[in-house]
Design a protein. Structure first.
Length: 467
């Protein structure tokens, strides 16, 4: 009999398997698709034959559990740490100087002063607006967690009298890419998490970590090798159908091919909207399972463009005040792909309703307006991918819908970015959930049970500043 069966080979299932394998537990990992990685994966583009990511994934310095996961599995070397971000000013201000770029980097000062000069360099905000922004950041960091969870961030910003320019060119820009939701669909607590952990607490929190190889090479290739060499049985194309529950314990999982696999412990690491379908009727309507479908989701779109020549030397760019939000230059790095660029559009509800041709045309014309080299470049190939249920929406009150990893069924853990992790839907959130599920199991079999990694330490100056 297996010690543990993990169902779902996304980052949550992978982190659970890695942590348990390290604790000496025998694990079988079941994944319905032919590859691991879940929402963070790649596929072969038929026209170019290149392996491309479903969407560029970015981690940050504050993602301590994700980075620990990468370190122990040996994939950390396939990430590049960006210590400079490039903000391209909004179109109205860039008319005469098409690629006006504000460089955003830290000074050698303790947080939160490390980014003071970077904020001052955002030339598309006036002095008055920057002061209002500093006031807003301080008020946000001081907001009490109990009230922050129930409040809507757009209303909170209005109460703080944040100027429209600051709202559109700062709060919106950062939060929509981090949470993929409009500000009226984000709780104050979710916004607080992004700004405190990412920008205010520690001088390394904001740094961006980018994979230099396709996600599939990381999570399918390198991780499969790590897992199998550490005794985990990885079964791809092994879709689970249902859990067999007898006397309030899971006794087996039935696969789609009819096979039954038994184990002592089970981890369900599938997206939240699938969880109930694995359970017998009598459990489906019990909390927390009956609330899972109330978690709303938001789409993310990625536009993939292949030009006949380079369009910019920048490694990436945050495009302020445009349809295109982030540009990633994939012509660089360990696996450079020729003149290949990816544009990410989060909170993509409107984009999802429009035709691919139309959206791609709009994105290309934005890039051509920003970079002179793009204006003369010929677009060789393009495609758009919309992930309709990319992430759950961090609406006020949504935390109450997120279950703990220990389910009411004693030997069933839940894992996924949607469980109680304290994080929004991110790779960090998924890995945290996996470590927490593994911790619960390790405790049951009396092994070392502290797997969750600590957050980056908060600087003395931030602690003093926030009182
Ligand atoms: C377009 C997009 C862009 C994103 N950008 C970022 C980013 O820049 N930074 C970041 O941190 N996060 C980003 N995210 C979020 C991140 O991808 C997710 O938070 C994370 O990957 C979720 O992992 P998970 O394991 O919880 O879920 P999933 O990745 O959904 O994994 C669930 C797994 O279960 C499997 N499964 C389903 N049914 C069965 C079954 N019956 N039997 C067996 N297996 C089954 C699925 O195939 C899947 O592999 C993005 C997400 C998307 C979609």
């Amino acid at each position: 009999m297996n010690d543990v069966i993990v169902i779902g080979g996304g980052l949550a299932g992978l982190a659970t398997s890695v942590a348990l394998a390290q604790a000496g537990v025998k694990v079988t990992l079941l994944e319905s698709r032919p590859r691991l990685g879940g929402r963070a994966s790649s596929f072969e583009d038929a026209a170019t034959g290149e392996l491309i990511d479903n969407c560029q994934h970015v981690a940050m310095g504050c993602c301590t559990n994700f980075r620990h996961f990468c370190r122990v599995t040996g994939i950390e070397d396939s990430f590049l740490r960006e210590r400079e971000l490039f903000f391209v000013a909004p179109p109205t201000l860039s008319a005469n100087n098409r690629s006006r770029v504000c460089r955003f980097s830290a000074m050698p000062l303790p947080a939160p002063l490390h980014l003071a000069a970077a904020f001052l360099r955002l030339s598309y905000l006036s002095w008055r607006e920057k002061l209002a922004l500093a006031r807003g950041l301080k008020a946000l960091a001081r907001e009490r967690p109990e009230t922050a969870r129930e409040q809507n961030f757009a209303d909170w910003l209005a109460k703080q009298r944040q100027p429209l320019n600051v709202l559109e060119r700062f709060w919106w820009v950062v939060l929509v890419s981090a949470l993929s939701e409009s500000l009226d669909r984000v709780s104050v607590a979710a916004a607080q998490k992004v700004f405190v952990d990412g920008f205010l607490a520690n001088r390394h929190g904001w740094e961006v970590w980018l994979p230099t190889v396709p996600l599939d090479e990381l999570y399918s290739g390198q991780l499969t090798r790590w897992l199998t060499s550490h005794g985990v049985e990885v079964r791809l194309k092994s879709g689970a159908e249902r859990l067999v529950v007898v006397n309030d314990r899971v006794t087996a999982v039935e696969l789609r091919n009819g096979e039954h696999l038994s184990a002592q412990q089970f981890v369900l690491a599938v997206p939240q909207h699938l969880v109930r379908s694995f359970l017998p009727d009598e459990w489906q309507d019990k909390p927390p399972f009956n609330r899972l479908n109330q978690l709303e989701t938001a789409p993310i779109a990625s536009v993939h463009l292949w030009f006949d020549r380079p369009i910019t030397e920048l490694p990436h760019a945050v495009l302020v005040g445009r349809l295109s939000q982030w540009m990633f230059n994939r012509s660089r790095g360990e696996r450079a792909q020729t003149n290949y660029y990816q544009v990410v559009i989060s909170n993509a509800r409107e984009v999802a309703e429009r035709s691919q041709v139309e959206v791609i045309a709009d994105v290309v014309s934005e890039l051509k307006a920003i970079w002179p080299d793009a204006a003369s470049a010929v677009l060789r190939h393009s495609r758009m991918i919309v992930e309709h249920k990319a992430v759950f929406s961090p609406l006020p009150g949504s935390d109450e819908l997120r279950p703990a990893q220990q389910s009411p069924i004693a030997n069933l853990q839940l894992a996924g970015d949607w469980t109680q992790t304290g994080w929004p839907a991110t790779m960090e959130g998924a890995v945290r959930s996996g470590f927490l599920a593994a911790e619960n199991i390790a405790r049951l079999v009396s092994r070392d049970a502290s797997l969750l990694q600590p957050d980056l330490p908060t600087s003395w100056l931030t602690r003093w500043w926030l009182g």
